[in-house]
Write a protein that binds this ligand. Structure first.
Ligand SMILES: Cc1cc2nc3c(=O)[nH]c(=O)nc-3n(C[C@H](O)[C@H](O)[C@H](O)COP(=O)(O)O)c2cc1C
Length: 174
């Protein structure tokens, strides 16, 4: 899909604490199911969402390295929790705390992925934003996207080492 011309507005979409955003994807990350909360927050009609890549709602401030960690983890048939900043069709944004899981068939083969998200607290967002800003800045220091992502990933891992935390421990300590 072509890069979107829409720019972030800086306006947050209302997202209730009791709400749950749900999508399912195929193995390539193309959306196969989206619930009503997803449609309301993303401001896309269902017909534009189904079969679209999940990067449809990618916000430009999200570090590539976080998506690398997400994909490496779920492709290895493990679940991951992650803070993600998303962008709606009109450029408004919303932070989520996502739980992304692999879907396995009876023979333990990967058949797709599933993500449930809740609203993170303002305090959690305030702690994640500067970290993601640092990762993004490191990624942008490199002309080559792949190198940038690798350097951002190394920075994330070195920060976790400094804190003495595994990634899973870190996300729940935020
Ligand atoms: C189940 C599932 C849910 C995902 N949810 C999101 C999401 O909410 N927002 C997002 O930007 N990327 C999400 N992704 C990751 C995207 O597939 C993609 O890697 C990311 O948007 C980065 O896109 P890019 O590599 O084209 O820059 C999800 C992937 C899967 C498998």
């Amino acid at each position: 899909m072509a890069a979107r011309a829409v720019r972030p507005t800086g306006v947050a979409c209302p997202f209730g604490e009791e709400e749950l955003i749900v999508t399912k994807t195929d193995l390539k990350g193309r959306i196969t199911y989206a619930n009503d909360v997803f449609l309301r927050l993303s401001k896309y009609p269902l017909r534009e969402v189904i079969v679209a890549p999940h990067s449809l709602i990618r916000h430009p401030d999200m570090p590539r390295s976080v998506f690398k960690l997400l994909w490496d983890t779920i492709a290895a048939k493990k679940e991951i929790f992650a803070y993600v900043l998303n962008m709606a069709a009109d450029g408004d944004h919303y932070w989520v705390f996502a739980h992304v899981t692999p879907t396995l068939d009876g023979g333990q083969a990967l058949v797709g992925y599933h993500s449930n998200r809740r609203k993170p607290s303002a305090a959690q967002i305030a702690r994640i934003e500067p970290l993601y800003g640092e990762l993004r800045a490191e990624e942008q220091r490199h002309d080559n996207r792949k190198d940038g992502m690798a350097r951002g990933y190394e920075l994330l891992m070195s920060k976790l080492r400094d804190k003495g935390l595994q990634y899973d421990e870190f996300v729940f300590a935020v």
